[in-house]
Design a binder for this molecule. Sequence first.
Ligand code: GRF
Length: 212
Amino acid sequence: MKSIVILISGRGSNLQALLEAKLPCRVEAVICNRANAGGLAIAKAHDIPTAVVEHRNYTDRDSFDAALAKTIDSFSPDYVVLAGFMRILTPGFVARYHGKLTNIHPSLLPAYSGLNTHARALQDGVKIHGCTVHFVSADLDHGPIIIQAAVPVLQDDTEQTLAARVLHEEHRIYPQAIRWLCTGRIELSEQGRVVFKNIEQPGIPLISPCLE
Ligand code: GRF
């Protein structure tokens, strides 16, 4: 059975979705860069070991990433799952976990990489928004895409209502992606593309607003 560690920075709702999904892998640890993150209690409630590597204790990104890598490697995981981990990682760190590092981002990448994705989508008036699980590359929020979920943007949406609609889908697609990864159904090719094995491709368009 494959093993993973999950990295968080905050409330941990994606962590919770991953833990409740009863994935076919061992969750060796939850690692966090903030000692007061709410998600640590979720890990403890599931009897998952936790470790804190406080980024504020390090003077630069290289030394923080080195300490983080040391902590990760002490659990010898097959995969490193970023679930709301809000630190930019150095190219050296990303290269060390090439093909083993995944992230979830609250937009349909490559649109809206970075922060405040829902506010920016509302501002632009897009009619379809969503979330993406991807392998991490050195380019922020731009690695090979594993799975995306699209949701409609409604006329009366606020940042909060749109975020909630997207988050609901995040909690569905991230466990699916990790399940595929841990059972060998997806892998990263040498050309940097995600190869899918026997995974159904839907042909259903999402049109928003609806046709009449
Ligand atoms: C999620 O929206 C995730 O896509 C983004 O950060 C947020 C983390 O939320 N990377 P949570 O801590 O999983 O609740």
